[in-house]
Design a protein around this ligand. Structure first.
Ligand SMILES: [Zn+2]
Length: 436
């Protein structure tokens, strides 16, 4: 992603400053006020998309709906959803007409499917992302202007700071862990954002004393699955909270864990619906289904009722932290990343991660990292980077324990490797199924 021009940075900073008080208050605002705000943004987005973005003009005409039919949030399911495939096929038809290439920021969405979509934003109109970043870190303590954030990511944000305040430093995902550790010791950041796999490697590299000596205030992990038990263990290692965040390149920041562990939606950033993956109909709160998101702020390349492909349920139970935003529960990652067993039983990626993590404790296996790959319905390969105390019988114990947990005959193989393969963009998927 390119950097902001001075003008773009000035425009975004001015918007951040102007919107900050209302944005900060909205996490605690009454539901009715938030819904009214969502509706206003949504009506503007749908109207502009219908007028200027060919794929939406065509889709809405074909479905016989018009932006004026959107009188309440409950009208939204009448508008057709859109998939990544459709946006890829639409090419420039997924973009608003009349954009000049020089005003755009382009990022890439890959995901576990390996299909890459260019995600386009107007560079002068991304203040919301600065606000959302501020909200994320402020959940875990006071985020002060001189605090430094180090983020491990595929590409640099368009700004390294806001005029010297809120400095942010990129460490590329593909750097070796020793180099990441050295950079963290050198910079001494208050905040760290990275993938869980990097944090595991970092904890291993630094050891408990070295991890605590970094003096981090909190760590935000995202992009890959991690379990609560594992984040708890990492939090103890680093001596600070480790919280999961759910974000995507297309929808930006969707939800993040509060200090109580609840995945609060960023309702004023992205509007989330949960639908039945087969029928496309909305499912009631508490029922698991597919995440469909509308990013309320991108008019250059709108994502309206975008089928993200992840599974979750909406949770409307009030959270003890006092935030009024709804929450996501049972966030289970990509649809593919679950195992459909020969009996028809489904092991979700969340279950698999929690189970694997706990059985590693049961077995006492010393592992640096692992991945689970379902190669066929009945064959599971567990790739393991063994630690120093990995015993000669540990592999067969892991195989036996996994079969026992799955509760049905499976061909389980443990392979010892030096290094786990990363997908494009440096992501490491701990749970992958090749069974379609
Ligand atoms: Zn909460």
């Amino acid at each position: 992603m390119r950097s902001f021009t001075t003008r773009e940075l000035a425009l975004n900073t001015a918007r951040i400053a102007a919107s900050y008080p209302a944005f900060a208050a909205r996490s605690y605002a009454p539901r009715g006020a938030v819904r009214a705000y969502q509706l206003a943004l949504l009506q503007r987005l749908v109207t502009r998309a219908y007028e200027r973005v060919p794929i939406y003009t065509e889709k809405y005409r074909a479905a016989g709906v018009h932006p004026r039919d959107l009188r309440a949030l409950d009208d939204l399911p009448r508008f057709p959803a859109v998939t990544k495939r459709e946006l890829l096929d639409a090419g420039d038809g997924a973009l608003a007409r009349g954009l000049s290439p020089s005003e755009l920021l382009v990022s890439k969405s890959s995901g576990s499917t390996g299909v890459v979509l260019d995600v386009v934003h107007r560079a002068s109109d991304v203040a919301i992302q600065g606000l959302a970043m501020n909200r994320l870190l402020s959940m875990y303590g006071a985020y002060l202007p001189w605090h430094r954030l180090v983020y491990v990511y595929t590409s640099e944000y368009p700004a390294r700071s806001l005029w010297g305040l809120y400095p942010m430093t990129l460490v590329p995902t593909l750097w070796p862990v020793e180099r990441l550790a050295a950079r963290l010791r050198e910079l001494g950041p208050e905040w760290l954002a990275c993938y869980p796999s990097h944090l595991r490697a970092l904890a291993d590299e630094l050891g408990p004393r070295g991890a605590r000596a970094l003096g981090l205030r909190a760590i935000s992990v995202s992009s890959e699955q991690s379990s609560q038990a594992e984040r708890g263990a990492l939090a103890r290692a680093f001596g600070c909270g480790v919280y999961d965040e759910y974000s995507t390149e297309e929808l930006t920041r969707v939800a993040a864990q509060c200090p109580r562990g609840t995945y609060h939606l960023f309702e004023d950033v992205t509007l989330v619906e949960i639908i039945d993956p087969e029928s496309g109909a909305p499912v009631p709160a508490g029922t698991r289904g597919e995440v469909v998101g509308t990013y309320l702020h991108n008019h250059a390349m709108p994502f309206i009722r975008y089928r993200q492909g992840d599974l979750a349920r909406l949770d409307e139970t009030p959270c003890a932290c006092g935030r009024t935003s709804r929450a996501l529960g049972e966030l289970a990652g990509r649809k593919l990343d679950r195992f459909l067993l020969p009996s028809g039983r489904v092991l979700t990626s969340g279950w698999l991660l929690d189970a694997t993590y706990s059985f590693l404790f049961d077995v006492g296996a010393d592992l640096r990292a692992f991945t689970l790959t379902q190669e066929t319905r009945a064959r599971i390969v567990i790739r393991v980077v063994p630690g120093r105390r990995f015993g000669p019988r540990t592999a067969s114990e892991i195989e036996r324990r996994f079969r026992e947990l799955a509760g049905e005959p499976l061909d389980v193989v443990v392979e010892l490797v030096d290094k786990l393969p990363r997908a494009a963009g440096g992501k490491l998927s701990p749970v992958v199924s090749w069974v379609v």
